[in-house]
Ligand binder design. Structure first.
Ligand code: GLU
Length: 417
């Protein structure tokens, strides 16, 4: 990609775009664009051959006005301090737009997890949990999975925290395995909200999702489940991709079978009779719905000029650069923003935390019904803001709703003398 904007700058631009429609005090605006605190640390852990390695890790606590900081931990070589700060801000506004009572946080370790064995990853994760211990807690900061982390890492963090604190506190982290206090429906939740977001948008546009063509960039947890659930809603998944490339079949294919093929072979490329395409070709396919479900900055301003989809539903965090937003708004392409579309993950994390606090588990159907209610109500709120204020896109409308809630919570708390 030619230009790779700093995601933290992108977040600040998004907040500024919305703040231009609000009468916010300069001091409050600065607060809305900066994290409250960032932990930057070096984790030293033992490799299987007995040598020691030290890697860089971060946790950003962006805003706690609406509740405990909340957000995932990612393991990726591109993790930087600014990326984690941006992701923590997106979490704060995500929680606010779906009205779950949390602030925003995010963490990351700058590693490629495929370079390490399971026992090395366990020692590293426990070292991070030990470092995080004074910051996290059921009512303080609640981590969760993100890119390249899942139930396994969450279970290790919970166990480390509970052991060191000599307590039982399953709500210190979400995204756990069911037998460790996880929730039904949590694994599917991000993909589920992405599919629901597409459904609500098509209803609003008076268009039929049944028969609509879909391309999905990124075929991990969010992308593959969004594809499967969009298929259930009658849409035709015609293209999907992962980091090694993509596949395209204009007649559509079974997204679950493509996922199985990827699990067996490591990549979607080669699945059935589908043609091989590049990620860039996938992003510019003439489809009804494009779902970027990988990393930040997937679509920049140049590529946005060639996007042929009518609707983009952001399953990833920050997949469009601010330049791409400008171009797409100009071209009347509807962008359903990340802070809403992928909010199913944190919403079901909230349900998991509620279940943990109550020591009472919900059925999967209850989880999914409550999630659907949260997503449809949030969508209505965004559309209301879009239609009431003269904003250029759904992202700015979502930020208007979210920032309004954060500012209200801050104002209502009053000032400390
Ligand atoms: N990592 C997910 C996100 O970006 C989920 C966060 C959570 O469940 O706290 O929204």
């Amino acid at each position: 990609m030619a230009d790779q904007p700093n995601p933290f700058e992108s977040l600040r631009e998004q907040v500024d775009d919305a703040a231009a429609h609000l009468d916010a005090d300069e001091g409050v605006l600065t607060r809305l664009k900066n994290p409250e605190r960032v932990l930057e640390t070096n984790l030293t852990f033992e490799l299987d051959d007995g040598t020691l390695e030290t890697v860089r890790a971060y946790r950003s606590q962006f805003n706690g006005d609406r509740g405990p900081y909340k957000g995932g931990i990612r393991y990726h070589p591109d993790v930087t301090r600014d990326e984690v700060k941006a992701l923590s801000g997106w979490m704060a506004y995500k929680c606010a737009v779906v009205d779950v009572p949390y602030g925003g946080g995010k963490g990351g370790i700058a590693i490629d997890p495929s370079d390490y064995s399971e026992s090395e990853l366990e020692r590293l994760t426990r070292a991070f949990a030990t470092e995080l211990r004074p910051l996290i807690g059921e009512d303080r900061d609640i981590p969760a999975p993100d890119v390249n982390t899942g139930q396994r890492e969450m279970n290790w963090i919970k166990d480390t925290y509970e052991t060191l604190e000599n307590t039982t506190a399953p709500g210190v982290i979400t995204g756990k395995a069911i037998d460790s206090g996880g929730s039904e429906g949590r694994v599917e939740a991000t993909g589920r909200s992405t599919a629901l977001a597409a459904r609500e948008t098509f209803d609003w546009l008076d268009r039929d999702l049944a028969g609509a063509t879909v391309a999905v960039q990124g075929y991990g947890n969010a992308g593959s489940i969004a594809a499967a659930l969009l298929d259930d809603l009658g849409a035709d998944v015609v293209a999907v991709s992962d980091s090694s490339g993509g596949i395209h079949d204009p007649d559509g294919f079974d997204p679950r079978a493509a996922k199985e093929y990827k699990s067996e072979t490591g990549a979607v490329d080669g699945y059935a009779d589908a043609a091989s395409i590049t990620n860039e070709e996938l992003l510019t396919l003439d489809v009804d719905v494009l779902v970027p479900a990988a990393l930040e900055n997937a679509i920049d301003g140049d590529l946005a000029a060639d996007v042929a989809a009518d609707v983009i539903v952001e399953a990833a965090n920050g997949p469009l650069t601010p330049d791409a937003d400008d171009v797409l708004a100009e071209r009347d392409v509807y962008v359903v923003p990340d802070i809403f579309a992928n909010a199913g993950g944190v919403t079901v994390s909230y349900f998991e935390w509620v279940q943990n606090r109550q020591r009472f588990s919900w059925t999967e159907s209850r989880v999914n019904e409550e999630l659907e209610r949260v997503i449809t109500e949030a969508f209505d709120g965004i559309i209301d803001a879009y239609e009431t204020h003269d904003v250029r896109n759904l992202r700015t409308a979502a930020y208007l709703v979210a920032i309004g809630r954060v500012v209200d919570a801050y104002d209502q708390a009053g000032s400390w003398p």
